[in-house]
Design a protein around this ligand. Sequence first.
Ligand code: N01
Length: 532
Amino acid sequence: MSTPTTVDAVVIGAGFSGLYMLHRLRDDLGLDVRVFEATDGVGGTWYSNRYPGAKCDSDAFVYCYSFDPDLLQEWQWSGKYPKQAELLGYLEHVADRFDLRRSIDFGTRVVAAHYDDPSATWTVTTDAGETVRARYLITGIGHLTISKYVPRIPGIETFAGQWFHTGSWPHEGVDLAGKRVGVVGTGSSGVQAIPEIAEQAAHLTVFQRTPQYSIPARHETVDEDFWTDVKEHYGDIFERSRSSAGGFPWQHNGRRALDVTAEERERVYQEAWREGGIKFALGTFRDVSYDLEANRTMSDFLRDRIRETVQDPETREKLVPDYPFLARRPIVDTGYFETYNRPNVELVDVKAAPIEEITPHGIRTAAGEHELDVIVFATGFDAVTGPFFSIDLRGRDGATLTENWAAGPRAYLGLQTVDFPNLFMITGPGATLGNLPLTIETHVDWITECIASMRRDGLTRIEATAQAQEDWSRHVDEEAGRSMITYADSWYNGSNIPGKAKAFVFYFGHFGRYRQTLGDVAADGYKGFALS
Ligand code: N01
């Protein structure tokens, strides 16, 4: 073990969060910063998720950094929802443009971080055996990528073919030509992967437990004129996004779905449907996100679209969800439902006949065996807590997050958790989700200002108070209770992993008002935080 070097701040992760945090602390505050990144490159989720079809399903023109007007003008996206390689290229460009790589240790995983109260510092240990002492520890570890989830299915070790998780797809790709492929899982990753795999493989079997709603991307609805207009109005676009409900520049139309005629509802939904993409979820009636009856009109519209797309009557009915749209994260697809019309694609309902085992030849459900050469697990992640629990984090008096978060993760404003002074979490539990790059910028800017203010005032320790954390967590639960999230199981409420504590992991309130709250808390002398 080396003698610890001392820096002002350690940042874990070099994705969207870590890169911008480094830039702000090092280049704006002049701090000594070390960033540790477990993989060999920048990009975080966009470095790791390389499965066929992986692309951004938020609109790229706002799924990017907004902090530098020149960067916004000089970068040109190729289309509405760019592929993984383009997103990764963007983050590599940012790393080079701001000379960030020289402060990042790549291929270096933080294995432990222990807090020492008398000195108010963190001692961080890496898998290279290095120890670094820092006043501030900041996590930019994401919600998902680190903690891939593969269900424990008996017999997996006997499988004679190859299997992969979408989140750790080999960088050199996998040759699926002529193969019989099985995809388990139809979340955002599965819905993106399935159409591409169907094109490559000889035969594709999709093992679906819960059907999904999905909105067509309609890449063709943006063109040259759109990009010219975006670049001219970027300032305004991000201003609107920052004060919006979801971090995007779209607003609902101000009306309630049940106040208008059925014909008018149909007209509004059809218009948004023709444009496609995530705007469909955010840009129609204001009550579809919280009123079940209003939501039913939108869910019915979507169910009709599935029924008119899928030709085989039996397959069609298996694909129609029975829970409300927006109860899970909205998905945007390119040809997802159309894929089930291909002769080489078969849908297996594993809720009706569960998977019982993996055999040397494939997957056996309660209804029979499906022979496969390759199995793709698009089965998601042990979200939010998984990445934190993968590090031996010890707070004051040896407190651990595994114990403190046994009933579900809690953090004040999604930024700090009790017993862990000077640990900031970029988009930690209880933070808004929204348009993630904008949420990340919101947190990074807040943390930067907080550290700057502490240094000005000669303060060395900041910690969320128990009362503030409790009050915020109650508010998080209330807002989630008002949303559609309560109507389905998913990683949003901790119910995707067997045995995991069920808890709402994000703040589903209004994005703009959340930003306002952060500003007010800072202006009020960091209300809810104990500083010393
Ligand atoms: O994971 P998921 P994901 N047997 O948890 C099924 C982000 N993302 O990787 O619904 C059979 O959503 C499970 O079934 P069920 C985005 O935030 C972003 O797809 O639980 N099936 C479900 O179908 C997203 O929300 C982009 O019944 C099993 C699937 O596996 C998040 O990542 C792209 C099973 C898991 O779906 C996670 O998405 C892709 C079992 N034992 C992802 N266990 C962008 O474009 C699980 N399943 C930005």
